[in-house]
Ligand binder design. Structure first.
Ligand code: B12
Length: 212
């Protein structure tokens, strides 16, 4: 079983095959993060197909469903790998998908990776308005806020959330952003402190800011 076969099964929406291949890879000792990386590649291809009119929303839903199931299967393996020696809480991160955006698979992976690495995660879910991030950061005394967004429409609410935190006097709270279309240029536009490409980057940033 190879990552290539997994990518093909996902892009061809062969759910049962995709889950079986993922299980085989995980059980035979393939790094669970490598398995998730293959899923990311598959999702990029599905997204591309959607842009080119080859796939439609039901296929995005189907691919999202397959990926959710694979990430749930990968989680115990990641936990065994990452979470072994974390004893106490390193700090609190408020996390959510910004207003207008309901993509949550990437955010959930970030939440999971932060959690197994010893951070307290306050997950606000999807379509979260700027003020709600600020309220939660204050209420939970968070050191960092993570904003996820997969749509170009997410840039404005990201910028608005950075501003809402400033307006609430939470200048010490660090903001990281990430998600499909986000990059360093968007970080600059939104005024966030950092951009993270994936869940591992979110963990690196949190450790940098909160120690560990
Ligand atoms: C699955 C999917 C959906 C599913 C989402 C299911 C769900 N529960 O999340 C559904 C079907 C609901 C959906 C809906 C839509 N989608 Co959609 N979707 C996708 C798809 C195929 C995959 C996204 C995904 O989950 N990837 C898997 C994750 C794991 O990927 P990842 O990026 O590697 O994740 C890592 C990083 O992003 C990072 N990360 C994520 N968040 C954060 C946060 C922080 C702080 C940090 C540091 C890091 C970080 O860590 C993650 C884990 O390592 C993408 C295509 C793509 N290439 O992304 C389109 C895509 C994002 N969707 C798109 C569109 C257009 C839509 C719709 C508007 C379609 C429609 N006409 O209705 C709606 C929008 C609904 C809304 N208001 O949000 C476009 C966006 C285009 C754009 N420029 O804005 C894309 C790019 C497809 C395309 N190429 O056209 N979609």
């Amino acid at each position: 079983m190879s990552q290539k076969e997994l990518i093909n099964a996902i892009t061809e929406m062969r759910e049962i095959d995709a889950l079986r291949i993922a299980d085989d890879l995980l059980e035979s000792g393939t790094d669970p993060l490598v398995v998730l990386d293959a899923c990311r590649e598959a999702m990029a291809q599905v997204g591309q197909g959607f842009e080119e009119g080859e796939h439609f929303v039901p296929e995005l839903i189907m691919a999202g469903e397959i990926l959710s199931q694979i990430s749930n299967r990968a989680k115990p393996y990641i936990e065994a790998q990452e979470g072994a020696e974390v004893a106490e809480t390193r700090g609190t991160v408020v996390l959510g998908t910004v207003e207008g955006d309901i993509h949550d698979i990437g955010k959930d992976l970030v939440a999971f990776m932060l959690d197994v690495n010893g951070f307290e995660v306050v997950d606000l879910g999807v379509d979260v308005p700027p003020a709600k991030f600020a309220d939660a950061a204050r209420e939970h005394d968070a050191q960092a806020v993570g904003l996820s967004g997969f749509l170009t429409l997410a840039y404005e609410p990201m910028k608005g959330t950075v501003q809402a935190l400033k307006d609430a006097g939470l200048d010490d709270v660090k903001v990281m952003i990430g998600g499909g279309q986000v990059d360093e240029q968007i970080r600059d536009y939104t005024g966030a402190d950092a951009y993270g490409r994936d869940a591992q980057a979110a963990v690196r940033l949190a450790k940098q800011w909160m120690g560990g």
